[in-house]
Design a protein around this ligand. Sequence first.
Ligand SMILES: C[S@@+](CC[C@H](N)C(=O)[O-])C[C@H]1O[C@@H](n2cnc3c(N)ncnc32)[C@H](O)[C@@H]1O
Length: 288
Amino acid sequence: MTVTVPTPSPTAEGTKVPSSSGNPAGLSVVVDVTTSAFSTHGELTDEPPDYPSLDPGVLASVNVGLFGGLAMKPWLLLKIADLIAERPSASDDNVHFTESFVETVLDEYTSPGDLVLDPFAGYGTTLVVAERMGRAAIGVELLHEHADIIHGRISGRARVVTGDARNLTRLVQGPVDLCLTSPPYMTAVDHPENPLNAYRTLDGDYGRYLNEIGDIFRQVAELLRPGGHAVINVANLETRGTITPLAWDIARAASRHLTLQREVFLCWDQQPAEVSGDYCLVFQRPSG
Ligand SMILES: C[S@@+](CC[C@H](N)C(=O)[O-])C[C@H]1O[C@@H](n2cnc3c(N)ncnc32)[C@H](O)[C@@H]1O
């Protein structure tokens, strides 16, 4: 079944859709919401999975057995309605995480009192949820208008610095316990806007962008305590029939400095425009 979702258009968590790749805020987006799911034998069925009926006790034991004792499953179910409802009123696009996603990650990888870093702070979801959960948090955000939104949402334990994440170690002092972030996205072709200049200059170059993202995660690795984690939300993108394997490319860039430990599939109830696959990639700074 195909439906039209009214504005605000459901772009992916973390996706800043540049003007050249379509879906400017304000347009309706057509999404396919046909319910298909894998049966327990792995083949496609037309039945939606019966998640709510799963017994939490059984799930917990499955998690211990299959997922190394971690509470976070290898998939997370996310709702477009949450994304739209949680969009700050002063903002003009859907570049943010859902709060439930941030809660799940912080539950898994931090304890109260830990310090959480978001080098691409956006509207501050990481900082707001971290503060609510008794963690300290620091964010870096290039745009003054986004930093202003964050200032209006945090108090006390969270802090935002207006600056360029490419200079991360000059802006933030470690050690941090967790980095949770989603970078601005780029497609490999037809993309003159430079994501790391907030799409405001036309010197975009995919290879240089990946190198700069890699260097930001080199700095994240330097700031993390040994054993600390870096969790990146990033999607593979599909524009006009061409797929940019952005998640794989960023995973490769970050893997030069951190160890890729797990991948979690982010399953939306309605697939966001231009997202072919959405991921939460978990890296770790080795303990030794
Ligand atoms: C995908 S959004 C992050 C959204 C965030 N996770 C949230 O929930 O609100 C990426 C953010 O990175 C910012 N940004 C882009 N280039 C940057 C840079 N060089 N340094 C710091 N922030 C940058 C953008 O302005 C945007 O707010």
